[in-house]
Write a protein that binds this ligand. Structure first.
Ligand SMILES: [Fe+2]
Length: 254
């Protein structure tokens, strides 16, 4: 998400789509995916919520090479109604939230270069597919992300888009969660990051505070550096239930 991109009416979110053109990815692109995938799975081990690892298996993301979106959607869409689409890069927040309301997840149609494996500037297909899509195979989380889209649209219409951007950031992107008494990675930005995955769990130099929607709304974030604080869900189910129960009116009052 970003706020500065050129604006188009939300109803035209389909104008942002591009063909994935899977055949145009080079052998080197696929090799970079395999390198990123292999090292990230090893790095994460069991440091991520179990639903994420279930999603990797269900969606067969361990298949070599950059996933072909049609093949991925053939598994994902019958399961939770979500599908992936290719976009050139970041889309404006209102367009992004409109996509979520239709269970459409945009995937940056490029992959970082081997020389920039820890590249963080804009989400590429490794971040989007490896980080986000496994959790969209989980029924309750899938429902929550659609609701995030509805809340986000309402917040933007009220001139308060940052409220939902912060909830999204502190859960879907950079959230942590407790699971069976252990601190785990929940967010896609952490699950797909080589440097920040361990940092978020182990650094003594950051704050870890209990997640609530109200806390998230009132907690700014960094998009250009590691987070100085992380919000920790009591459990994945707890955060899903809280966000799903949130109404636009309540969001604007937090
Ligand atoms: Fe993301």
């Amino acid at each position: 998400m970003q706020m500065q991109a050129q604006r188009k009416p939300v109803e035209h979110w389909r104008d942002y789509l591009v063909p994935q053109g899977w055949n145009e990815f080079s052998d080197e692109d696929h090799a970079v995916w395999d390198l990123l995938f292999g090292r990230q799975v090893e790095l994460l081990g069991s440091r991520v919520v179990s639903e994420f690892l279930d999603g990797i298996d269900l969606l067969r993301l361990d298949h070599p090479g950059i996933p072909e979106l049609g093949e991925l959607n053939a598994i994902l869409e019958p399961r939770t109604g979500w599908r992936t689409v290719a976009v050139p890069g970041l889309v404006p927040d209102d367009v992004f939230f409109a996509m979520l309301t239709e269970r459409v997840f945009p995937v940056g149609n490029f992959i970082r270069r081997r020389e920039q494996l820890d590249y963080l500037e804009a989400p590429d297909c490794f971040h989007d597919l490896f980080g986000h899509i496994p959790m969209l195979a989980h029924h309750e989380f899938a429902a929550m992300v659609e609701h995030v889209g509805h809340l986000g649209g309402a917040a933007i219409a009220a001139g308060e888009g940052h409220r939902m951007a912060r909830i999204y950031w502190h859960s879907v992107e950079f959230g942590l969660a407790m699971e069976k008494g252990e601190l785990k990675i929940l967010g896609a930005g952490l699950a797909s990051s080589f440097g920040e995955a361990h940092f978020s769990l182990e650094s003594d130099a950051v704050e870890r505070l209990p997640f609530s929607a109200g806390k998230a709304v009132n907690t700014p974030y960094r998009h250009d550096a590691f987070q100085p604080r992380y919000l920790v869900s009591k459990s994945l189910d707890d955060t899903v239930a809280e966000v799903l129960a949130l109404t636009p009116e309540e969001l604007l009052a937090l």
